[in-house]
Design a protein. Structure first.
Ligand SMILES: [Zn+2]
Length: 259
């Protein structure tokens, strides 16, 4: 844990915590939604330098605080950006009466929204989630088993079945019976991250545990294991799986703020 050396109240950006780190090489500013701004100081940088740095960067910090604030609100969809999957787009259609209906056809997820319900109504939010999950499930069935077959042939891995599941905390798993479970939420990620998870589970068919041998084998099939593990850690920290309305682009933006 980094030691907090000072908390200062800045006029434009609110509380800023200054923390010392033995490992940090550069002065950096961290922003996360609804938390004080954190400034990490390497040992060799005097507090006064860091303070002046924040003073100069106030406008920049403020701009990003506004963006973060709007991302934080993204677990409720307000219709302010289009909801799209790889093949489908959400279309909210005004309806005169209950109940809410959801239909998937011709690359459209139609949600019939009764006039007495605002878009933020929990039932509409639930319908939006159901529609998205149904679309991702279809896409997952189209894309994932085929990909697993191809990679297994390429790498000489054997497995029994691929199951597509709506999982809350994991991207994939491999059972001792060599069944591979893949999360339908993978369809929210770019191909290279999906491929990483597939290779990861295929390697588990031979090596169940995450030891050096496992990572070395995985590295043979995916050249950027370190980079991708980092992204998956960040996805977990951002609560990406739990927040179905967060797109990968929004997540990525949120990630790159922490410069
Ligand atoms: Zn694993």
């Amino acid at each position: 844990m980094n030691k907090c050396v000072s908390r200062e109240d800045f006029e434009r950006i609110g509380i800023v915590e200054f923390r010392r780190s033995a490992r940090a090489r550069r002065l950096s500013i961290y922003l996360s939604p609804h938390q004080p701004v954190k400034v990490i100081l390497p040992w060799h940088i005097p507090f006064e330098t860091a303070y002046q740095f924040v003073m100069k960067k106030q406008a920049w910090i403020q701009r990003h605080q506004v963006k973060l604030h709007s991302l934080k609100a993204a677990d409720t969809y307000k219709g302010d950006y289009p909801l799209v999957t790889r093949n489908y787009q959400v279309n909210l259609i005004p309806a005169t009466s209950m109940p809410i209906r959801i239909a998937l056809e011709n690359n459209v997820i139609s949600i019939y929204q009764p006039s007495e319900m605002a878009i933020t109504h929990p039932d509409i939010q639930a319908a939006l989630k159901m529609g998205l999950v149904a679309a991702w499930r279809r896409e997952a069935h189209q894309h994932l088993p085929e990909r697993v077959t191809k990679f297994a042939q390429l790498g000489g891995f054997r497995y029994k079945n691929v199951f597509i599941k709506n999982l809350k905390s994991r991207w994939g798993s491999c059972s001792t019976h060599l069944n591979i479970n893949l999360n339908l939420h993978l369809m929210r990620l770019p191909d290279e991250l999906i491929d990483y998870v597939i290779w990861h589970e295929l390697v588990h068919t031979q090596i169940p545990y995450h030891g050096a041998q496992f990572w070395n084998e995985l590295q043979r099939w995916d050249r950027n294991v370190t980079g991708k593990r980092h992204i998956f850690r960040e996805l977990a920290r951002a609560g990406f799986l739990a927040n179905v309305f967060m797109t990968y682009e929004q997540f990525w933006h949120r990630c790159t703020l922490k410069e």
